[in-house]
Design a binder for this molecule. Structure first.
Ligand SMILES: Cc1cc2nc3c(=O)[nH]c(=O)nc-3n(C[C@H](O)[C@H](O)[C@H](O)COP(=O)(O)OP(=O)(O)OC[C@H]3O[C@@H](n4cnc5c(N)ncnc54)[C@H](O)[C@@H]3O)c2cc1C
Length: 401
């Protein structure tokens, strides 16, 4: 039986990042390999899916590798339109500007309006670039995408000697780690590696700073930086970034030739014009089922969304985006079957810190479950290959399946 378009549930997915693509993967039948069977299944599907967002996906976790020249923009960018076409998903290249009508209407930046029966939001983070004066003008960030990291790498390559600062700041208002910590440690180690390879490491100072690190803080990540001769500037936050460096709260000027910085993270700007509940820290509010409270059939996952009662160590990560999108998709399917949402997501931190000549598997989960049944070592250079294998598999899936 073919289900007519009129009877189908209209599902709108916003964003083209990890959360949205994982959501689609878990929502649709034949999620891994869309074959002839998938086409038949699509005709029988009770869903009519539209994605609104950019036409390309960016694999952010590989951006730090721009520093060593192992990755470029084209390596990590995928045109997702063929992926969507293979799944019969309608694509609208636009930006969502407002959500109204209890989530049922989405208005875009070009002024178009789209109705839905179910809405999924996976629009990623916004960075508080005005939190420290001069952030926009005088810092680069791997978090803004390939362009900014290319400019930072170009700046470093143009220097034969110099002082480079790398740091981060976290938004702690929602009780979890809304900031890019791991990637900044990774960038510091990869920069050290790249400068050594160029034979100029002794001509550079690399400083690591964060207002969220206590003076003299110790730990496995700090050890990796210290053993590379990276200077730990702990226990203070810059008052301002300025031309040629930064200024401490006590007015001291610290000269820098380049600053790589990750500002605190928060939720999307369109919440201000929308009827969406927002957390204290500015994220879209969601419960453990991925639902936006008070709105029927509106879900959010990934870096745009807060958590209900999170453990303080849980970060914004592609891995968490996957777990959250999986639960949201299962709950959408349950609702379509007439059941209540019952799929909760686990809080888990899991990522490989790629230092090129070393690797660390950072892991913590609320139920104590280890990553991949403990098949992999927690520290080994081989983990760099494992991380690369995850990337290749995901990008192959998007490009070809
Ligand atoms: C340098 C770096 C290294 C990282 N390393 C790791 C790692 O090793 N492991 C790990 O698990 N995570 C890592 N992360 C974190 C990971 O990349 C993010 O947590 C993940 O991308 C979040 O997925 P998302 O779908 O929520 O957001 P995104 O991937 O940012 O996707 C959001 C999507 O929504 C779109 N969008 C935004 N606003 C709108 C709008 N108004 N309308 C329509 N579309 C919109 C965006 O263009 C984008 O397509 C890293 C991040 C960075 C920056």
């Amino acid at each position: 039986m073919d289900t007519s378009a009129a009877a189908k549930e209209s599902v709108t997915v916003v964003g083209s990042g990890f959360a949205s693509l994982f959501f689609l993967m878990y929502l649709l039948d034949w999620r891994f390999v869309p074959t002839v069977g998938a086409r038949l299944s699509r005709r029988r599907s009770r869903m009519d899916v539209t994605l609104i967002g950019p036409g390309h996906f960016i694999y952010f976790p590989a951006i730090p590798e721009f520093l060593t020249g192992k990755r470029t923009r084209s390596d990590i960018t995928v045109d997702i339109r063929p992926f969507l076409r293979r799944r019969g998903i309608r694509f609208v290249e636009d930006q969502v500007a407002e959500i109204s009508d209890g989530g049922r209407t989405v208005r875009t930046a070009t002024g178009a309006s789209y109705h839905n029966d179910t809405l999924f939001l996976g629009t990623g983070p916004t960075f508080r670039k005005d939190d420290i004066a001069g952030t926009r003008e005088f810092t680069y960030s791997p978090c803004y995408g390939p362009g900014d990291m290319e400019r930072f790498s170009g700046r470093v390559d143009s220097l034969s000697r110099g002082v480079i600062y790398i740091g981060f700041k976290i938004n702690k208002e929602d009780g979890f780690v809304a900031g890019r910590t791991g990637p900044m440690y990774e960038c510091a180690c990869l920069l050290d590696f790249a400068l050594r390879k160029r034979g100029v490491r002794d001509d550079f100072e690399i400083h690591f700073f964060s207002p969220d690190r206590a003076a003299g803080e110790k730990g496995v990540l700090t050890d990796r930086l210290v053993e590379r001769g990276i200077i730990m500037d702990d226990g203070y936050g810059p008052a301002a970034f300025v031309e040629g460096g930064m200024v401490d709260p006590d007015g001291r000027f610290r000269p820098a030739d380049a600053i790589l910085y990750s500002p605190p993270m928060t939720g999307p700007a369109f919440t201000r014009a929308s009827a969406l509940p927002v957390t204290k820290g500015g994220h879209i509010a969601v419960d453990r089922y991925g639902q936006v409270p008070g709105l029927a059939k509106v879900f959010a996952a990934g870096d745009c969304a807060g958590h209900e009662a999170p453990p303080p160590w849980v970060p914004h990560q592609a891995h968490m985006a996957q777990l959250r999108a999986q639960a949201a998709a299962a709950n959408v399917r349950a609702i379509l079957r007439g059941a209540s949402p019952s799929h909760r997501y686990r809080h888990e931190l899991s990522c490989i810190l790629d230092m090129e000549n070393d690797g660390l598997w950072m892991h913590r989960s609320e139920d104590g479950r280890p990553p991949f049944w403990n098949l992999f070592p927690r520290r080994s250079r081989q983990l760099v290959r494992v991380k690369s294998a995850f990337e290749k598999a995901f990008l192959f899936y998007l490009r070809h399946l």
